[in-house]
Design a protein around this ligand. Sequence first.
Ligand code: SAM
Length: 283
Amino acid sequence: MTRWIDETLHPHFRCSLKADRVLYENKTEHQHLVIFENATFGRVMMLDGVVQLTDRDEFIYHEMMAHAPILAHGAARRVLIIGGGDGGVLREVLQHRGVERAVLCEIDRAVVDLSLEHLPTISRGAFDDPRVELVIADGVKFVAETEERFDCIIVDSTEPVGPAAVLFTRAFFEGCRRCLNRPGVLVTQNGLPFLHPDHLRGTMRLFCELFEDTATYLCDQPTYFGGPFALAWAANEPSLRKVRLAALKERFAQSGIETNYYSPRVHKAAFQLPVYVQRLMTG
Ligand code: SAM
């Protein structure tokens, strides 16, 4: 019998993906996790009824979450990833030869283990890189307690419900500010501004109180149905966002990194916001 798996993120409408073959389905210590195959999107991972990633389109936000802050910084050596247990952001971060250390703090070990087993093309060996330390812990606790300082912090979290609700709080962002080097930049995933405007509005209010420079940039993620996907930006040095296109082009060319979505021009354009998103920044 054909099985359709609903995404239950939105209260008034549902999207469904056909599950041609379910590879794993169970409750982990923290959330309900299902990995299945879909003919259009390839392998799909859902947590608590929300699509996290698919084989086919994961490159989009993984590239935008990793390359935008690292190339804007220009000399990032230490990178912290909160969440992202599938290893996709980590894979992109490690492509930067200048990165000497990457710490990935994920609350749910099962996400890492099951991604390695069923979605190995996402991390592509990233967890075996000697520059990487995997920490299984709550991100809020980690940023409050670590003695390390980071040039870039990338928060690849689930939606602000369940274990990730704390990753959208003042306490968490204060912790991030605490362990950010100067210059340093923090980026967070902020969902779909059209469907969940309060997520972005709430984050931007806190960012404006805590950081010298704040912004939103967008990407189009086919499996996050409902308009462009928002990534929030907070830096203690405004020049990072204002980096010139020519400088980005040079850094990108020197990195030798091949991408499928990110380019220096896309980077600059991503910060140009439609009016309805711009209003959330100040509203
Ligand atoms: N980019 C995806 C999205 O936007 O839906 C998220 C992918 S990644 C799988 C999200 C990860 O954040 C999950 O593996 C989840 O376990 C982790 N996570 C949730 N809350 C966390 C917390 N408090 N500390 C650390 N990791 C957390």
